[in-house]
Design a protein around this ligand. Sequence first.
Ligand SMILES: [Zn+2]
Ligand SMILES: [Zn+2]
Length: 414
Amino acid sequence: MEERTTTANRLDAATRRVEIFGDEVSSDGRVERLRTRAGFVVYRIQARVLPFLPGSIYLFADPGEPLASRPSEYWLIDAGSGSDESNADLESAFRTIREEFEPGFASEKIKRILLTHSHIDHFGGANELRRRTGAEVWTHAFESRVVSSFNEQACVSNVRSFHFLREAGVPEAEISGILDGFGFRPGRAKSTPVAKTLLGGEKFGALRTFYLPGHSPGHLAFQLDDVILTGDLLLSKTLTQIWPSRTTPRAGVWNYVRSLRALARLAERCERTLGRKLVALPGHEAPIFDVPNRVRQVVRGMERRNARLFALLEEAEEPLTTFEIARRMYWSGRPNREFFAISDVAARLEFLQQLGLISVANYDEISVAKPTFRFRNSFSDAEAAENTVEQVFGVNGADDEPDAIERDANLGGD
Ligand SMILES: [Zn+2]
Ligand SMILES: [Zn+2]
């Protein structure tokens, strides 16, 4: 008992709030056992999925028989990155679960690996796990090509990204360095066959799937009772990476905020019908106990970034390229972050340009040979643009019209 208390004390304050579930933490602090309101057990496994980026992988019993005293099969949500550290952490967590929590568990009993999306930190470990356990890999149809044919998609994506970075104003000599730093290159992840593609809206016993695109084209969330596994859609501390739909179809600000809004709605409905808050268990960072509030914070954070972008364009003497804005907004000095920064800015510019708040100042000079866009503000009253996302989506809204969005996002009814 002494040992457990000490371990729990080492976890950060937000993580310790999992005590709300009446759960336990393993002696090494890397596995937590959570219980949903109806008593379903979910294991939250911490793994070093990428250097500097810890991730969470979740394990639970077959949702068709979630309350069985000795479950014969288990399901996993996400698979880590497949790096040595990530695989080792997963293996040691499986041992911990057997030794400290559930003697009947064995990794060979994992029969399904469901992927929230196909970014390497979530799917890269799937092939090794499938090979070892025979588990089936399931993912959304729009993610399945990356999972089953990683090298093909990496090559396609790099050509698209090359053109995108030219358009963003990255000097040609720097493009390959930025793409290398991003690391979506052939051979980096092992492809794995996809046994079943999902679309969102499926039910597997007690588990429901939701299609919530924006961070990636086929991002899924999985709800089990009053817990929802949300991948990278919503994080407890940082703002989720966004991408322009220019490079990532069905991403972009519009889809992302729409999915956030749908998640907030689902949480509100859960609270109304179950009388208990829906807890989001994300792929990184701590569990989120007040989803609607966190969604409001994220939207405010997005507004602040938009305001910063408008201010940069306002202050600049000349119209700016995406790359110039990204450097001013986010320059970190770390080349491996540059593609993320440029993509974030491009996603915002794309959205704001579509709304008529930003324009391409040099449109009469651009051509296939000279494709770099330069942007400037195109509204007269800067204040009018400050609440753009909020105005478009009514996210904070007392004036919410719940039904339309819920139906579209497969959140309506059973
Ligand atoms: Zn991701
Ligand atoms: Zn991630």
